[in-house]
Ligand binder design. Structure first.
Ligand code: ZN
Length: 348
């Protein structure tokens, strides 16, 4: 878990919560990485992982992601990291999580996507996790190019009946243009999958526009570049397009420094509050909790440090249910539970 002493409690701590932007592999805590490496006969120390989990820019983060995922070799490894992540989510009273799986990385390593996914799903459906509903997003890695993305979309479509709800794309935003990924996203959409895309993280407003207009994104991963174009941000809110903000991630990857033009940017420079007050629809997430030394409670605590009111924190928490890719009935039930808990806690 993140350093608990650094975290101040917030009104959402005890409420049931949802998290929508969360990478399975980014949840590998140092001790789990040590265990995986040991299992495969290439021992590492927790200190080495801690050193790898420190970055000064986005490519440093990508390198660390590549390194830690190199210890994921078979389905049982994926089952293990799933259990560890879900344990953390339960501990924070997260009742619904959409977890992103880097299927592009599995394909790159010539692994059996279906076998890995089956192990993940089975791990998540054990009785211990009854209180935690999970859904899965298959993610293409942008710098692997359009053919790899199309292959990921094919697998996502094939496993749509098994719990994959959406197709998305992350990685190096400035590597390939959005147009080259249109076939992959079209394939996914035609298979009935929902669409997400990382954009406006390191890229500009145009990257967000392309993710929506060309790829059909319904939710934008990060989208902090919208701080430069309030009118466009307004138009997204009108179209019910949601921004998945991840405060600590943006700080540690250097995305915040890049977007603000301040090399020494801090969380206080994050545009979340301004965007929220201008009407953007925003959810709060950890992105890669282990790799960014955070968890969802810490992200809410950091949001509170931006000066968000109790009502605004509740608004973020509730938005995570509204923006979920769930059937309407299930969504209504989770929203009712959230509102009941907020009332019982005297928060509304
Ligand atoms: Zn992400």
């Amino acid at each position: 878990m993140a350093n608990e002493t650094a975290r101040l409690p917030t009104v959402v701590d005890t409420l049931p919560k949802a998290e929508l932007h969360l990478h399975l592999e980014g949840g590998i805590r140092p001790e789990t990485a040590v265990e995986l490496a040991e299992r495969h006969g290439s021992p590492i120390t927790a200190e080495e992982v801690a050193a790898r989990y420190r970055y000064s820019d986005f490519s440093g983060f990508i390198e660390a992601f590549k390194w830690v995922t190199s210890f994921l070799r078979d389905p049982e490894d994926y089952a293990l990291i799933t259990r560890r992540l879900l344990d953390e989510l339960l501990h924070q009273n997260i009742v619904y999580a959409e977890i992103t799986i880097s299927a592009g990385v599995m394909l790159r390593r010539m692994q059996n996507v279906e076998a890995n996914f089956t192990a993940i799903r089975e791990a998540a459906s054990t009785v211990v996790y009854n209180r935690l509903r999970t859904a899965w997003i298959f993610d293409a890695t942008r710098q692997f190019g359009p053919d790899s993305a199309t292959e990921v979309a094919r697998w996502a479509a094939k496993l749509e009946k098994s719990g994959v709800v959406a197709f998305g794309m992350g990685g190096e935003e400035l590597s390939f243009p959005a147009t080259s990924f249109r076939p992959a996203f079209d394939l996914a959409r035609n298979a009935g999958l929902r669409i997400v895309c990382h954009a406006g993280e390191l890229g500009g407003v145009d990257s967000v526009r392309e993710a929506i207009e060309i790829l059909g994104a319904e939710r934008i991963g990060h989208g902090i570049a919208l701080m430069h174009d309030p009118a466009f941000a307004d138009s997204l809110a009108t179209r019910r397009i949601v921004l998945e903000n991840c405060l600590t991630s943006n700080l540690l990857t250097g995305a915040l420094a890049k977007q603000t033009g301040k090399p020494d940017a801090t969380i206080a420079d994050h545009p979340l509050r301004k965007l929220l007050e201008k009407g953007s629809l925003i959810t709060l997430s950890t992105d890669d909790p282990a790799m960014f030394h955070t968890d969802l409670l810490t992200e809410y605590s950091r949001a509170a440090s931006l000066g968000l009111s109790k009502e605004q924190l509740l608004q973020l928490a509730e938005q995570s249910f509204h923006a979920a890719f769930l059937p309407p009935e299930e969504k209504r039930k989770l929203l009712e539970d959230f509102q009941t808990a907020a009332r019982a806690a005297g928060l509304v």
